[in-house]
Design a protein around this ligand. Structure first.
Ligand SMILES: Cc1cc2nc3c(=O)[nH]c(=O)nc-3n(C[C@H](O)[C@H](O)[C@H](O)COP(=O)(O)O)c2cc1C
Length: 199
């Protein structure tokens, strides 16, 4: 698939089939993620690929417990139909948490600058990698959704994934074969945000 087409249609896919994803495809995604630009080529990233049903069940319970009331409140306050559809998708993803075949937790370490490492460099490394991963997934026909649900239950996540204390949790990406059509992303026109030479 053409790179521009993959980026143009790389929407959050919250409706995913439970069908397994071949290990080769997952390796390709992690390969793509690790080709990303990153501070000083320090590559302070690690990827935890979650497929285990028991661990998913524990996380699903914890995430639903915290997130469901929040999403319900946000959905009922939302006036815009597109926003309502998005919350319906989020709710679907949470309700069917265990049915998603793979989650990738993009994790990082505080390693850069080498002489005086700072926390800010962790997301600076993780987000380009995560974006590479979702675009590569789109090119393979896989749907993804970036999520930050786990931030509300971080102690549970750290425990079930056995994360070492020094490892920071970045984004959690749900991955599966799409159960809906990929469509174009809706973004502001370029001319609203493009500034030539000065603001
Ligand atoms: C850092 C980050 C965090 C996000 N967190 C969530 C999330 O917790 N749950 C979710 O369903 N989508 C999440 N998203 C997806 C965005 O909601 C989505 O990209 C945005 O609404 C635009 O929609 P589109 O990508 O389908 O065009 C997140 C995206 C980013 C970049």
């Amino acid at each position: 698939m053409d790179t521009f087409e993959a980026m143009e249609t790389c929407r959050a896919m919250r409706y995913l089939k439970p069908d397994p994803i071949p290990e080769d495809a997952i390796r390709k995604l992690i390969h793509a993620a690790t080709r990303a630009s990153n501070p000083g080529n320090s590559q302070g990233w690690d990827f935890v690929v979650l497929r285990d049903a028991h661990i998913k069940a524990k996380l699903g319970d914890a995430i639903r417990g915290v997130m469901s009331p929040i999403i319900d409140a946000m959905a009922s306050a939302e006036q815009d139909p597109a926003g309502r559809r998005m919350y319906a998708g989020v709710k679907h993803l949470i309700e069917g948490f265990e049915a998603v075949p793979v989650y990738v937790f993009v994790c990082g370490r505080v390693v850069y600058p080498y002489e005086n490492p700072i926390e800010e460099m962790v997301p600076a490394a993780l987000y380009p990698a995560a974006q590479n991963l979702i675009v590569a997934a789109r090119a393979l026909g896989l749907g993804t959704t970036f999520t930050t649900f786990h931030t509300l239950i971080e102690p549970v996540v750290r425990d079930v994934l056995a994360l070492p204390d020094e490892v920071r949790l970045g984004v959690m990406i749900a991955i599966g074969w799409p159960a809906r059509e990929f469509g174009p992303v809706k973004r502001k026109p370029v001319d609203e945000v493009l500034h030539w030479d000065r603001w």
